[in-house]
Design a protein around this ligand. Structure first.
Ligand code: ADP
Ligand code: AMP
Length: 214
């Protein structure tokens, strides 16, 4: 069972690396951010509740995200493992995850902590572009698509996320420090945490991650 947690601030490259891990190790990426955005897009009750928090750069209440992850981990494609991207983000979420994995007889094997300087995070998030079709991630400067504004894989238009605006990013980074950074200490105690330098070439960072996972 290859259960992986990707920890790191917004913009650290969790989604970018999760997609690569998922491709090679054939385990699903579970991104609470993607699932919440999907719920907002579909106008579900949960989406309506989550939207206000997300628009302001705040965290969605613990019970909402814990419920989503608990359901998702029970899907058959999580039988061999899973990559948690953007969850847990608070100590109560981490404690709930411990309970859920234990109940479901699943195991977190490794917690990868992606390390990036704060100055770089702002530039990464301001230039992030996402494919509305397949979810592929680009950056206007660091990882541009071949044709401007279009996905290399499916040719569909790239969009900028609503919360990737400077003011909202600042709030998200403050919330990361306050609510999520304490998780580094929480997982240090488990002996499962591995630190990964996450600046520089995306492929080189992935090579380090793949080495740890193998
Ligand atoms: P997260 O999921 O942690 O918020 P993303 O994977 O969405 O982060 O990456 C944020 C932005 O930074 C994206 O535009 C992505 O293309 C870009 N990016 C990811 N890894 C790197 C890297 N090593 N160097 C430069 N830019 C990167
Ligand atoms: P992300 O795509 O990971 O950057 O998440 C986008 C937004 O979704 C965050 O700013 C939060 O508002 C919300 N969100 C995603 N994951 C969580 C989580 N584990 N706990 C609370 N809120 C979350």
């Amino acid at each position: 069972m290859l259960g992986i947690i990707l920890l790191g601030p917004p913009g650290a490259g969790k989604g970018t690396q999760a997609k690569k891990i998922s491709g090679e190790f054939a385990i699903p990426q579970i991104s609470t951010g993607d699932m919440l955005r999907e719920a907002v897009k579909n106008g579900t009750e949960m989406g309506k509740k989550a939207k206000a928090f997300m628009d302001q750069g705040g965290l969605v209440p613990d019970e909402v995200v814990i419920g989503i992850v608990k359901d998702r981990l029970q899907a058959p494609d999580c039988g061999k493992g899973f990559i948690l991207d953007g969850f847990p983000r608070t100590i109560p979420q981490a404690q709930a995850l411990d309970r859920v994995t234990s109940d479901l007889k699943k195991e977190i094997r490794v917690v990868l902590s992606l390390e990036v300087d704060e100055t770089e995070l702002m530039e990464r998030l301001c230039g992030r572009r996402t494919c509305t079709g397949c979810g592929a991630m680009y950056h206007v400067k660091f990882n541009p698509p071949k044709a401007q504004g279009k996905c290399d894989k499916c040719g569909i238009a790239l969009i900028q996320r609503d919360d990737d605006k400077e003011e909202t990013i600042k709030t998200r980074l403050i919330n990361y420090k306050k609510m999520t950074e304490p998780l580094l200490q929480y997982y240090k105690g488990t002996g499962k945490i591995r630190s990964v330098m996450a600046t520089g070439d995306i492929g080189a960072i992935y090579a380090n991650i793949a080495n740890i996972l193998r």
